[in-house]
Design a protein around this ligand. Structure first.
Ligand code: HEM
Length: 413
């Protein structure tokens, strides 16, 4: 089976989706906000202020932006609200993210058991070993570009091994995720579309070839890719488009989000030595610390949905049918109606009902893997390099979504 060339109508739909998202962001955030706090290390006050001034923003032409926790929860759990992010640049929906209702549930039933806490726990030793091996490579230099040399290769290498992909493809996959996300502050709509197409074409070709080879050999393989090739949904094996839809989403999610989160957390801890001291004195706080940093940093900042029927939000605003809705996980995670002193980072905060991994039907599939990786890796870092700071010459420009400082220069004595 070969993937059909993108038909004109699907191509148009993909472009429309991205144009909606691009326009929503442009409307959702004023020029000042876009060039200001959103791309800095500390956007949190901006979100709190935005929420207080205007919790639901009617952006015109049936575009809405929703920031309060209760409204975001309501939107993401409503049966008449569908995903607004169907495609990730290619001509088929990302699976399961781009699907709704029963179609969505059947793929979650297939994939959920692979990423339970029980299934990911045994990987902790490999994460620790790799975190230390990478640190060995730069600890004597007393300076590192932490995103490129640690945050990015660590979860990506682990994810390639989970998937059963050769390590020499790491750079190609990192390039694929950078092309697909195109979240640098200066990338415009046309350039973003060109990059996404290039990334999708590379991924299709790579996995089509890998799947063909395994099928020809008659050995699907004793790894995640092999498992997917032989998996069944609705009593039939996954087809080529289903496989590619799942693989492209997993590769983006597995490669970028944990890297971005590690970079946000290291950057925060580098700027807040008193919080590091607290973790040093009370190492049992690491688990709740990761939850609190997820809340405060919300590295995946927002999602997009479409209301297919009129809905009335808990805050009272009625959103008409066929409206496009921007949901801000970042703002909801700072909602003063839910979190006492939302701008204070309390590493022991409990309860901490943050939605850094989203809420509702599309809640993150990989949250247990991500949590295990972040706790294990950051403990390893702080055992080896407890005291560090941001280099004076570091240019701390954060990307859009996911947010991360891609140039995180850290120094220590
Ligand atoms: C700290 C790291 C991570 C963060 C912050 C994060 C965040 C999110 C968020 C916010 C969503 C919802 C997107 C939306 O509804 O628009 C999501 C969905 C998803 N995530 Fe993650 N994620 C992380 C790590 C991972 C990892 C490691 C995987 C790999 C297995 C993964 C796989 C997925 C998948 C497959 C979905 C789609 C779920 C669905 O549609 O039902 N994520 N994630």
């Amino acid at each position: 089976v070969t993937t059909e060339a993108t038909s004109a109508s699907v191509a148009e739909e993909i472009n429309n989706q991205y144009r909606h998202v691009f326009e929503l962001l442009g409307r959702g955030w004023s020029a000042e906000e876009l060039s200001g706090p959103r791309h800095t290390a500390e956007p949190q006050e901006m979100y709190v202020d935005l929420m207080a001034r205007c919790p639901v923003r009617d952006l015109g032409d049936q575009y809405y932006s929703v920031t309060k926790m209760a409204d975001v929860q309501y939107v993401t759990r409503h049966p008449d609200v569908k995903q607004g992010t169907k495609y990730l640049g290619s001509d088929r929906p990302a699976i399961p993210l781009g699907l709704d209702g029963e179609e969505h549930r059947k793929y979650r039933r297939l994939l959920d058991p692979v990423f339970t806490p029980h299934r990911v726990a045994p990987l902790a030793d490999s994460v620790r070993a790799l975190a230390n091996e990478l640190i060995d490579g730069f600890i004597e230099d007393k300076r590192v570009d932490a995103y490129r040399s640690w945050c990015e290769p660590l979860p990506s290498t682990i994810f390639l091994s989970i998937m059963g992909l050769p390590m020499e493809t790491l750079d190609d996959f990192l390039r694929f995720k950078d092309l697909t996300l195109s979240n640098d502050a200066d990338v415009d709509f046309e350039e973003g579309a060109r990059r996404r197409n290039e990334g999708a074409a590379w991924l299709n070709a790579y996995f089509s070839d890998a799947i063909d080879q395994r099928i020809r050999r008659g050995e699907p393989g004793d790894d995640m890719l092999g498992w997917l090739i032989t998996s069944e949904v609705d009593g039939h094996r996954l087809g080529r488009d289903e496989l590619l839809g799942i693989l492209s989403l997993l590769m983006i999610a597995g490669l970028d989000t944990v890297a971005a989160s590690l970079a946000c957390f290291l950057s925060y801890l580098a700027r807040n030595p008193e919080q590091r001291a607290r973790l040093h004195a009370e190492p049992t706080l690491w688990r709740s610390a990761i939850e609190e940093l997820m809340r405060f940093e919300s590295p995946v900042t927002e999602g997009f949905r479409v209301a297919t029927a009129e809905i009335t939000l808990p805050s009272g605003t009625t959103i008409p049918a066929n409206s496009y809705i921007h949901v801000s996980w970042s703002a909801a995670d700072l909602d003063p109606d839910v979190f006492v002193d939302p701008l204070t980072v309390d590493l022991a905060r409990d309860p901490n009902p943050h939605i850094g991994f989203a809420s509702g039907y599309h809640r993150c599939l990989g949250s247990h893997l991500a949590r295990m990786e972040m706790v294990t890796a950051l403990q390893a870092w702080h055992t080896r390099i407890p005291d560090y700071r941001i280099a004076d010459d570091a240019a701390m420009l954060y990307t859009g979504n996911p947010r991360a400082p891609h140039k995180l220069a850290l120094v220590w004595d």
